[in-house]
Design a binder for this molecule. Structure first.
Ligand code: TEU
Ligand code: CA
Length: 541
């Protein structure tokens, strides 16, 4: 039975910098989000996950925090945050904060005092290591800047660790004092009335860098259980851990309620379906729908009785779903509806990334000067050093550039898409005149209305919340088809991931249409021809 609010909820991710600017400085902010709460309530979402809004020098757009208990002045004040929480609550919307506790900014007072001064009480909050034969301790590299992850501190004659950028310094979770300081900070936010945490790279916190163990360290689950007990344990609270390393089995380990750790994780298995596993980020492969299905299905069956799944296509680090798994051609909305229907039919908690509900697309750029993303800029430099000319390097960058997902929200066809009254921090996607919220809401057949309907169905239908998942056997590679069964109710979810029509054998059964992306639905089941990108949910009877 459904026990938790988040088991019937749909969460909406906001990237605050790009959602709504309220004061004409070109940067999204908290008052901007508040001004859009009615929009979010109309869409029907239950909770907002805010990417970091804390004080930060913005080396990685807020994923480098210098004060966990202060708001970045670009975004507003603590009073704005309090108002956001209460205004959202009035509309039955909960707030989920981003918890970035694998690392802090180098400007965090903990790190400043760890490095210098007589009182180094926070020295062991971070990871330090002595030189080995006068060199770095080992060959760990920093993902975001290239080069060694170890940086020399001349004053103390030791190295410290930064696995992301040189301004994101890894915390030492083996230190119980550090863990207590983090739990205290989390309790501060829980007391402010938030309802959940999304936990940044949570699979890395128990790293053992000298043994080159970066994810799934031996004490990881011990820490998460301890965190659970010392913070949200007695509340109905949503926790979702970002875990790139998580297999379906790992995801069960995190989310199995008997272990009292997290509600769920983000697993990324399905997002390798158009990449070479272990390959470079820009190595695009034609979408392998079979692999995509299998990854999603395996999570469904692994977490059938215990544990819980998150359901998502994209976020602020990933390309736009419709550009990646659908089409940006004339069937853009049709294909985006197919993606929405086939994902939201699964068991778990759906996460919608801002703009997904109107089918926002990737935004390729011509020159590296137009790129903000620290990761993309580093990789560009490396590609050029390895001999790529500027055009070739930019082609690769456009495949994974995180800015693809970070261009401002497209509200209407005013200049700057209604996001701001001035040139935003990152340029608006030029397609905003066609793709925007106002035009989507005005057309009853738009993608936006499909999302609204899917969110409402999740609230209303026990079969969507709890129904047992079963894949339909012997489907063509491009077709996703499964049933959900709860008591006397059985739903069939079906989607064609291809631009070609395809013939399938569906159950011989009478059916009632629940939702579809073609106006006329599938008609009779049995031997059926699915049209390009066709998707539907029907109740079998
Ligand atoms: O991302 C985790 C992460 O592993 C990233 O390196 C991710 O794989 C990459 O961005 C994809 O291109 C989290 C946050 O979501 C991301 O925004 C942060 O930059 C990162 O942690 C560091 O905090
Ligand atoms: Ca602003």
């Amino acid at each position: 039975m459904t026990q938790h609010w988040w088991q019937r909820a749909t969460v909406y991710q906001i990237y605050p910098r790009s959602f709504q600017d309220s004061n004409g400085d070109g940067i999204g902010d908290l008052p901007g989000i508040i001004s859009r709460l009615d929009y979010l309530a109309e869409l029907g979402v239950d909770a907002l996950w805010l990417s970091p809004v804390y004080q930060s020098p913005n080396a990685d757009n807020g994923y480098d925090i210098s004060d966990y208990q202060a708001i970045n002045p670009e975004y507003g004040t603590m009073a704005d945050m309090t108002r956001l929480i209460s205004e959202a609550a009035k509309r039955n919307i909960k707030i989920v904060m981003d918890l970035v506790v694998n690392h802090t900014s180098d400007e965090h007072p903990w790190f400043v005092s760890a490095r210098q001064g007589s009182d180094r009480s926070t020295r062991d909050y971070y990871v330090w290591a002595d030189p080995v034969d006068g060199h770095v301790p080992n060959d760990l590299t920093s993902g975001f800047i290239g080069g060694s992850a170890w940086q020399w501190d001349a004053e103390s004659e030791q190295y410290f660790l930064h696995l992301f950028s040189e301004k994101q310094i890894d915390l030492n979770w083996q230190n119980p004092k550090l863990r207590q300081a983090i739990y205290q900070m989390m309790n501060f936010w829980i007391d402010q009335g938030i309802s959940g945490f999304r936990m940044d790279v949570i699979d890395m916190i128990a790293k053992e860098p000298l043994n080159k163990v970066l994810v799934n360290g031996p004490r990881l689950h011990e820490y998460l259980h301890e965190m659970n007990r010392q913070t949200w344990a007695d509340r109905d609270f949503l926790t979702v851990g970002e875990a790139w390393s998580a297999s379906p089995q790992d995801a069960l380990r995190y989310s199995d309620e008997r272990h009292q750790e997290l509600s769920m994780t983000f697993q990324f298995g399905h997002l390798w379906a158009d990449r070479r596993i272990g390959g470079d980020k820009w190595e695009e492969r034609p979408l392998d729908v079979e692999r995509l299905k299998n990854a999603l299905y395996e999570c469904q069956t692994t977490m059938a009785t215990h544990g819980w799944n998150s359901l998502f296509w994209n976020n602020h680090d990933l390309p736009r779903a419709v550009s990646r798994f659908g089409t940006t051609g004339p069937q853009r909305e049709l294909s985006a509806k197919m993606l929405a229907i086939t994902l939201h039919g699964l068991k778990g908690t759906p996460f919608i990334y801002q703009g997904e509900e109107i089918g926002m697309t990737n935004c390729p750029v011509n020159s590296i000067d137009q790129v903000d993303d620290v990761e993309a800029r580093t990789i560009y430099r490396q590609l050029r050093q390895r001999g790529d000319d500027a055009d070739t390097a930019m082609q690769k960058i456009n495949v994974f550039n995180r800015d693809n997902a970070r261009t401002p929200m497209q509200w209407n066809d005013d200049p700057y898409a209604g996001f701001s009254t001035t040139q935003p921090w990152l340029s608006v996607n030029p397609n905003y005149r066609e793709i925007n919220v106002a035009s989507a809401q005005a057309r009853r057949q738009s993608l936006w209305w499909v999302y609204k309907q899917l969110i409402a169905l999740r609230h209303q239908e026990p079969v969507l919340q709890n129904g047992k998942f079963e894949a339909l056997p012997a489907m063509p590679a491009s077709v996703m088809a499964y049933t959900r069964t709860w008591k006397q109710t059985q739903w069939l979810v079906c989607g064609n991931y291809s631009a070609q029509a395809v013939s399938v054998k569906l159950p011989q059964s009478k059916s009632t249409l629940v939702i579809s992306n073609y106006p006329d639905g599938p008609g009779q089941l049995g031997q059926t021809v699915l049209r390009p990108y066709e998707a539907f949910i029907v109740a079998l009877n």
